[in-house]
Design a protein around this ligand. Structure first.
Ligand code: CTP
Ligand code: MG
Length: 226
């Protein structure tokens, strides 16, 4: 296998409400994007990183190394991912590790485990966490509980999500980059009938989404010895 990472980094960060898109915010001297790039390169099997970004903001990645390329971002996350995956295929990579720019705290052991799980077949593997809170359903435009939902066997998907590059490109193209249910790579693979494996994630791997997440990720990314 020859493995590339694809990092979707073309979002606007609407929920974050900051002037700068969240992936370009600086924590402990590096952008969140740079933290995420460094995180995926901690597994030596990852040979190259394709960053899908509208900004083409190479400034955001301080050490612009030969193993990092910027490619065009898309209107949807799926379109950004597909852009990176197609570039990876063109450059001869057989597998892709898709990882959100907004998840800078990815532990190295989690990355290695999901790559291990994905390399043993065509189904691929994703990082996920068992749901820990009780789940409630409401009706549209209501704050009243209509039903409680069992959390048994329910997982919250994170990234990385690791697949054979050609299969993932087919899956995203078939499902369509505008499909409302195409919120992660596993959804596209499932659309083609594959059953990706679940690999235990980490609370440190939070997706920076709302302003208060910045406080959490600042603690998570704190350099050791402080
Ligand atoms: N992303 C992307 N291209 C898009 C939309 C999102 O590459 N058109 C990326 C984001 O940059 C982020 C990751 O996908 O790294 C996860 O998406 P999300 O957390 O939803 O980020 P945003 O879409 O930027 O945030 P929001 O949904 O609040 O606007
Ligand atoms: Mg979004």
């Amino acid at each position: 296998a020859s493995i590339a990472a694809v990092i979707p980094a073309a979002g606007r960060g609407r929920r974050m409400q900051s002037a700068t898109p969240k992936q370009f915010l600086v924590v402990h001297g590096k952008t969140l994007l740079q933290h995420s790039v460094d995180a995926v390169l901690r597994d030596p099997r990852v040979e190259h990183v394709f960053i899908a970004s509208d900004e083409q903001n190479e400034q955001a990645v301080a050490k612009s190394l030969p193993n990092i390329s910027f490619v065009a971002g898309g209107v949807t996350r799926a379109e950004s991912v597909l852009s990176g995956v197609l570039h990876a295929i063109t450059q001869g990579y057989t597998h892709v590790v898709v990882h959100d720019a907004a998840r800078p705290g990815l532990p190295a052991a989690v990355l290695s485990a999901v790559i291990d799980a994905a390399l043993s077949g065509d189904n691929g593997a994703i990082v996920a966490m068992p749901v820990r809170d009780s789940l409630k359903r409401s009706e549209p435009d209501s704050d009243m509980i209509s039903t409680s939902v069992s959390r048994e066997h329910l997982w919250q998907a994170q990234t990385p999500q690791v697949f054979t590059a050609a299969l993932l490109a087919d899956a995203i193209s078939e499902m369509g980059v505008e499909h409302p249910q195409l919120t992660d790579e596993a959804s596209a693979m499932a659309y083609l009938g594959y059953h990706p494996r679940l690999v235990m994630g980490s609370l440190k791997n939070i997706k920076v989404t709302h302003p208060e997440d910045l406080e959490l990720v600042t603690a998570i990314l704190a350099p050791p010895g402080r």
